[in-house]
Design a protein around this ligand. Structure first.
Ligand SMILES: *Cc1c(COP(=O)(O)O)cnc(C)c1O
Length: 421
């Protein structure tokens, strides 16, 4: 049997930090990452044979759990017919019809291979369609790792972005304005000053990458009204919330329709898929119809499309969103009283939950900087009990349709014991 430690040592020799995505390295919580040998329903099993009840769900895609039989079968059938053609295929038309039919205001969608590509392409489209260069994002929202989105708020009063990664030219970052979430006054001031130069505002309407920072509907509506008034496009980044909160994502949840929406995670059924879409008029700016270039060797990949289609079929047939809401409500009900009198609170929407150190917050600025230190022992104690939460205080947990009420009680009980100590 290979050990996690042994594999991590080998990995560190040939892969930077031993991982292909940084948070997997367990830097925030300490210890050695678990190398996963297999996933089974609500569980993952590591290389040492230890089973964990999994609430990470590959960071969101696994709404039906690991290795769902129907998805695995669909993947197998598609793969047997060839894994990629670089030409159009039946499954991509079907999945596009499903996505367009599900999401408010969507008339056309273009498939790509990751969430990063989806947001990057949507922003290029917004700039191409408006002829404007400035974009606006919010601190605490993550949109993948394209250059102009790896930008943090500048200090003091200025909203000019500063690169948040080495390798991002400050000239790129200067075209990104960064605002705090939940701040009507700053949003209005920016639109008063520069509204007519703004190509788009991108937001996670359900921000779930820096804790779970649920927004007031009024703030999202103000954003909708200001962008419309100034001819800027509103992009909802629904890479987590799309097909997770419901078929219509956060747009249907709040009753607010963006100009463009981006998808990823759930729509690929666990394979690498992203998508961006909007009205036919806007999408006709994209090549080959229009001047905004965007392409992909593996875009609309037949195996990935088959996985996405199989997943949507099961979600519809099995009334999965109702089941997820019931599990989420159960977790909230069991956990909330247990956290009373502690510094922690539980924040939830549907099947997305977050343990907040401090009261629920609406902006990244309102979060307690001690969260990371406070979370570490909780994470370790849960690992010891065979429960896998995200290895970072700022990452949410995901319930899946294969979690049972007993699994939820197991998590709530473990957290009650660990936090109560
Ligand atoms: C995960 C995520 C992305 C990036 O998607 P990748 O597939 O990791 O490139 C973009 N936006 C949001 C909201 C995400 O959660």
């Amino acid at each position: 049997m290979t050990s996690n430690t042994n594999l991590f040592e080998r990995a560190q020799k040939v892969i930077p930090g031993g991982v292909n995505s940084p948070v997997r390295a367990f830097r925030a919580v300490g210890g050695t990452p678990k190398f996963i040998a297999k996933g089974e329903g609500a569980y993952v099993v590591d290389e040492e044979g230890k089973r964990y009840l999994d609430f990470v769900g590959s960071w969101g895609p696994l709404i039906l759990g690991h290795a769902h039989a129907e998805i695995v079968a669909a993947i197998g059938q598609a793969a047997a017919l060839g894994t990629t053609y670089g030409a159009p295929c039946h499954a991509e038309v079907e999945l596009a019809e499903e996505v367009v039919g599900a999401y408010p205001g969507l008339e056309q969608v273009r498939f790509v291979s990751s969430g990063t590509e989806a947001t990057m392409s949507a922003i290029r489209l917004a700039r191409g369609a408006t002829g404007r260069d400035l974009i606006v994002k919010f601190s605490g929202c993550y949109h993948g790792h394209a250059d102009h989105l790896l930008v943090a708020a500048g200090s003091g009063l200025v909203t000019f972005g500063q690169p948040s990664s080495a390798g991002v030219p400050k000239e790129f970052a200067a075209l990104t304005r960064v605002l705090p979430l939940d701040d009507d006054a700053k949003l209005k001031a920016l639109f008063d000053a520069e509204g007519d130069k703004i190509a788009c505002v991108i937001i996670e309407p359900i921000p779930a990458n820096n804790g779970l920072l649920l927004q007031r509907k009024e703030f999202l509506q103000l954003l909708r009204d200001l962008t419309k008034k100034h001819g800027a496009l509103l992009i909802f980044d629904e890479v987590i919330s799309g097909f997770r909160i419901g078929f219509g994502g956060a747009a249907a949840h709040y009753g607010i329709t963006p100009d463009l929406a981006t998808f990823g995670k759930v729509i690929g059924g666990g394979l690498p898929v992203g998508a961006y879409g909007g009205s036919r008029a806007l999408m006709s700016n994209v090549a080959p119809l229009g001047p905004v270039y965007q392409a992909g060797t593996l875009s609309g990949n037949p195996v990935a499309m088959a996985a996405g289609l199989a997943m949507l079929k099961v979600i519809k047939r099995d009334n999965v969103y109702a089941r997820l809401e019931a599990l989420g409500a159960q977790l909230e009900k069991e956990l909330t009283p247990a956290l009373e009198g502690t510094a922690w609170s539980f924040v939830r929407v549907g099947s997305i939950g977050w343990l907040s150190y401090g009261p629920a917050a609406r902006s990244a600025e309102a979060l307690d900087s001690k969260s990371g230190d406070q979370y570490r022992p909780i994470f370790q104690a849960l690992m010891d009990r065979g429960i896998y939460l995200a290895p970072s205080a700022y990452e949410v947990l995901f319930l899946s349709a294969v979690h049972t009420p007993e699994d939820v009680t197991r998590l709530a009980t473990a957290l009650r014991e660990v936090i109560g100590r």
